[in-house]
Design a protein around this ligand. Structure first.
Ligand code: SAH
Ligand code: SF4
Ligand code: F3S
Length: 440
């Protein structure tokens, strides 16, 4: 099939920042006269927005490129965007010579010029902007969900945790003005959005570039935009997590009662080796602020097992931290050595079998804790945003303010619309989801 040269296919890997960057990239391409198509086969330009947080994530893009190598003969062009692009730079051209565009997230502003270059048959790279002070703000954001949308408030990261590629792939930390964030929130409310998710690698490290509002003040202001019913924010870094955030959640009901506060390890020695900039005690102090809140705040976390030199006793400190905090959910990862990062130089690598074992132990322990703790939700009536329907089970899919999935049944004559908010009574608690009935 002869495809129009102005069509593109885009596949996104990685975190919410990448998902939202893709919405901005799509908007930018569309404004340049391109049309998005749903398959590689139909596309003139094939783009991958990539992630390099762990080795497995990075390999995905090279597998994809290998899968579609033969299509290059049909005149298709390939582009690699995002964190692998920034990390590997021109080396991508060596590994996959048929790629013509390599562009990191700090250079997306220059995409229109790069598109002209690749259309002219040249190669284009956007790799030089990591020291930029500018954020990628565009009026052309193609949001995919009409009810819930992301707003990036801060890009990059200056923390340099010993294991992490992000400071290298996303460049230095830079924040938008709170006025521009609020303008975007108001525009979204006018378009009918009721939920806003504020994004940043460390969203709470936000520093208004006009010096007007703190992060907590910005949160509250977004929560007060007429029409906005829910505000989420992710990811929070423990070091920059102030009590004022908890106070804002208590004071402004539209701010969701959920905080993702990744701890990584329960051992102060390991936290120090990871360069996380807080101790176990300081982390637990932040947790105690949240536990003392008037609203019940759901708390989730990321855990890395098998960081170089992590002893069995140190690993057990992570397990005991799970007991102390009683998280609502965790995401556990095996440490993955990454290019450029200081942890590469550390000795005492933990063998993969041992990392696999530790990860299984962490996940099993958390599952047990969730199984025991989730029963506290039984009989409660909570509001969910309706996300869709599972036809096979004849259940509606809802999400609570605490970010829990609450599937529910509704009377035959009631058809809740997607994006609406309905009250649901919780009748069954599973470790990772809840079941209930709509209250009419
Ligand atoms: N900025 C956030 C985390 C962003 S990365 C924070 O500091 O909390 C998302 C998660 O990926 C991290 O929380 C960490 O648990 C995990 N991660 C990052 N680098 C990793 C690596 N090299 N190996 C394994 N997991 C990693
Ligand atoms: Fe990575 Fe640490 Fe920055 Fe989070 S704070 S993105 S883990 S360097
Ligand atoms: Fe991955 Fe880059 Fe996000 S490495 S997790 S896509 S910031």
């Amino acid at each position: 099939m002869a495809e129009s040269p102005k069509t593109f296919y885009l596949e996104t890997f990685g975190c919410q920042m990448n998902v939202h960057d893709s919405e901005k990239v799509i908007g930018t391409l569309v404004s340049e006269g391109y049309r998005q198509v749903p398959t590689v086969e139909e596309a003139g330009l094939v783009l991958y927005n990539t992630c390099s947080i762990r080795d497995k994530a990075e390999q995905k893009v090279f597998h994809r490129l290998a899968d579609y190598k033969k299509l290059q003969k049909q005149g298709k062009k390939f582009g690699v965007l995002g964190c692998v692009a920034q990390q590997e730079g021109a080396k991508v051209f060596e590994r996959a010579p048929y790629v013509s565009l390599v562009c990191g997230s700090a250079s997306y502003r220059n995409l229109p010029e790069m598109l002209i270059q690749i259309e002219a048959g040249e190669r284009a790279t956007g790799l030089d902007d990591r020291q930029t002070d500018k954020c990628f703000e565009t009026e052309f954001t193609a949001r995919t969900n009409p009810h819930r949308g992301y707003i990036t408030i801060i890009e990059g990261c200056d923390k340099f945790c010993a294991y992490c590629v992000v400071p290298f792939t996303r460049g230095k930390e830079r924040s938008r003005t709170s006025d521009s964030v609020l303008d975007e929130a108001r525009q979204m409310a006018d378009l009918g959005y009721s939920e806003i998710q504020l994004l940043g690698q460390n969203v709470n490290s936000y520093k208004d570039s006009a010096g007007k509002r703190s992060f907590a003040e910005l949160l509250a202001a977004v929560g007060e935009v007429p029409g906005i019913r829910r505000v989420r924010f992710t990811t929070s870094h423990p070091r920059d997590f102030g009590r004022d955030i908890v106070q804002a959640i208590d004071a402004v009901p539209t701010l969701c009662d959920h905080v993702h506060l990744p701890v990584q390890s329960g051992s102060t020695r390991v936290l120090d080796a990871m360069q996380r900039l807080y101790t176990r005690e300081q982390y637990l102090e932040r947790i105690s602020w949240m536990k003392a809140a008037r609203r019940e705040i759901s708390i989730t976390s990321d855990i890395i097992v098998g960081f170089p030199g992590e002893t069995e006793a140190e690993f057990e400190e992570t397990l005991s931290l799970l007991d102390d905090v009683q998280y609502d959910a965790i995401f556990g990862f095996k440490y993955s050595p990454r290019p450029n990062t200081p942890a590469l130089k550390l000795e005492d690598a933990i063998p993969d079998e041992e990392k696999v074992r530790r990860l299984a132990v962490v996940n099993e322990k958390q599952r047990d804790l969730q199984r025991k703790a989730n029963d506290r939700h039984l009989g409660k009536i909570v509001e969910v945003m309706v996300e869709g329907k599972n036809e096979a089970r004849q259940q509606w899919i809802g999400r609570t303010s605490q970010n829990k999935v609450l599937n529910f049944t509704a009377g035959e004559s009631t058809v809740p619309s997607v994006g609406s908010y309905v009250p649901v009574i919780i009748t069954v608690c599973f470790p990772n989801s809840l079941l209930g009935e709509m209250v009419v």
